[in-house]
Design a protein around this ligand. Structure first.
Ligand SMILES: N[C@@H](CCC(=O)N[C@@H](CS)C(=O)NCC(=O)O)C(=O)O
Length: 212
């Protein structure tokens, strides 16, 4: 039997969702191993001691343990919707959006989502700190269906899981917010079969010796 690449994943992790979206659209088969972040399997930590997901282990033993690298690994083999080559944006523009998402915006998102762990400021104040990024996305969507034009690109799929998480911290607030185009973009992408496919539930993976 051919060995498949192994993807260590956690269903709700936005970085893991990003990786699963790219792998799914590329059509590459992987063995998905759902892990608990609070109790990571030794096999995962042996491959990638930094202990984050997603982690992809290739049949030759090489390890890719950053979501963006996993995305590129998949799309460079098969990119049927041209996520890597949007017509109206450069790779630099896409990368810089993902950079800001993964640094500043992710920080604001964590503060907002887990505001009780950061009592220095209120949840509303943390939410407010994300407004520049949300407004930037909103502006991009004023004249285009997607973040970099009228076709889906990696920018959309790399950011989608994070914007989803942000929206669901207080969905009633997001629903009535000024980010109408972003709201419509989120609804449209979440309704795609691709998204529901990658959110399929998996039982926690356990190594064979623990299964007996
Ligand atoms: N830069 C990494 C970040 C991945 C990351 O931080 N994943 C979180 C889950 S969403 C994680 O594994 N955290 C470790 C932990 O919670 O123990 C990537 O893009 O893959």
């Amino acid at each position: 039997m051919t060995k498949l690449p192994i993807l260590y994943s956690f269903r709700r992790c936005p970085y893991a969702i990003r990786a699963r979206l790219a792998i799914k659209i590329s059509g590459i088969q992987v063995e998905l191993r759902e892990v608990l972040l609070a109790d990571k399997p030794k096999a995962l930590l042996d491959c990638s001691p930094k202990g984050t997901v997603p982690v992809l282990v290739l049949p030759d033993g090489s390890v890719i343990d950053e979501s963006r690298d996993i995305v590129l690994w998949a799309l460079n083999q098969h990119d049927p919707q041209n996520w890597l080559s949007p017509r109206s944006a450069t790779q630099e523009e896409v990368n810089s959006l993902i950079d800001v998402n993964d640094s500043e915006f992710k920080l604001h998102l964590d503060h907002y989502k887990y505001a009780d762990r950061f009592p220095e400021e209120s949840a509303e104040s943390y939410r407010q700190q994300a407004k520049n990024f949300l407004q930037l996305l909103e502006d991009k969507l004023k004249n285009n269906q997607y973040l970099t034009g009228n076709t889906i690109s990696l920018a959309d799929m790399a950011l989608l899981p994070f914007i989803r998480q942000f929206a669901y911290v207080d969905k009633a607030w997001f629903d009535q917010s000024q980010y109408k185009n972003l709201h419509a973009w989120l609804d449209k992408l979440l309704a795609e079969k691709l998204f529901s496919d990658v959110m399929e539930k998996y039982a926690r993976w356990q190594p064979a010796e623990l299964m007996q």
